[in-house]
Design a protein around this ligand. Structure first.
Ligand code: MLT
Length: 234
């Protein structure tokens, strides 16, 4: 599993526990390179050596799409959560530069500014969710934040390669995700030949934390009813 900006394995706490009877989950460290190509290679280096199911959320999804271009035959199934195949617009990159400058002076303020975009309004004051996001962001720190933002800015447009993805794919997002809205996930579902879409109600951008049961259930259901039957008939 590949986490998003300023998050780590805590983002996937619920699915990791829920899927433990079905599979072993490992979470890659995506804090080390400020270049998405290098980040993808580092995630490959951290991945199991045999075939595996690849899941990425947001920035983790950007990395997953690059991995699909590099080692498609190693990936048995793909899960793209709350992410986008599009490269940054000029404005989006400019906003990231502003946030990086701000982070050098006042990283706390950057975290406070990001929080309402990351979470559904009803989850902003839920300490179990919001405090965990703040703790993850602090642990990744200003340097990690800036490294990840630079890596995100360096990503290429993945739209042209979506049609090349051959493995079963689950596209999943929160219905109220304002960073990567539902329409982008419908676009990915339509462009990837063997894809299904699940939209999770009452949920923002950090779906596995905001709706842990619904997301875990969706992953479990897709793994058992879609991926495993197709993988065993290969
Ligand atoms: C993330 O959650 O990884 C980020 O919001 C992605 C982005 O800023 O493009």
């Amino acid at each position: 599993m590949l986490p998003g900006l300023v998050t780590d394995q805590r983002l996937f706490h619920a699915p990791i526990a829920g899927l433990s009877g079905l599979t072993t989950v490992t979470v890659a460290d995506l804090t080390t390179y400020d270049d998405l190509q290098k980040l993808a290679q580092s995630a490959i280096d951290q991945a199991p050596t045999h075939r595996f199911v690849l899941a990425g959320l947001s920035m983790g999804g950007y990395v997953a799409m690059e991995i699909m271009r590099r080692i498609p035959d190693r990936v048995a199934g793909l899960i793209l959560m709350d992410t986008s195949p599009h490269a940054d617009t000029v404005q989006a990159s400019e906003n990231r530069r502003t946030m990086m400058r701000l982070a050098e002076d006042n990283y706390d303020m950057v975290i406070r500014t990001m929080l309402p975009k990351l979470l559904h309004p009803d989850h902003l004051n839920d300490p179990a969710i919001a405090d965990t996001v703040i703790a993850m962001a602090h642990d990744i720190g200003t340097t990690g934040f800036c490294t990840q933002q630079k890596a995100i800015m360096s990503r290429i447009d993945s739209v042209p390669s979506l049609a090349e993805i051959r493995c079963p794919t689950l596209v999943l997002c929160g219905r109220d995700d304002v960073i990567t809205p539902v329409a982008i996930h419908e676009e990915m579902r339509d462009a990837i030949p063997n894809a299904a879409l699940r939209v999770i109600d009452h949920c923002g951008h950090l779906s596995p934390m905001e709706q842990p049961l619904a997301v875990t259930d969706a992953l479990q259901h897709w793994l058992t009813h879609t991926l495993l039957p197709q993988e065993s008939s290969r």
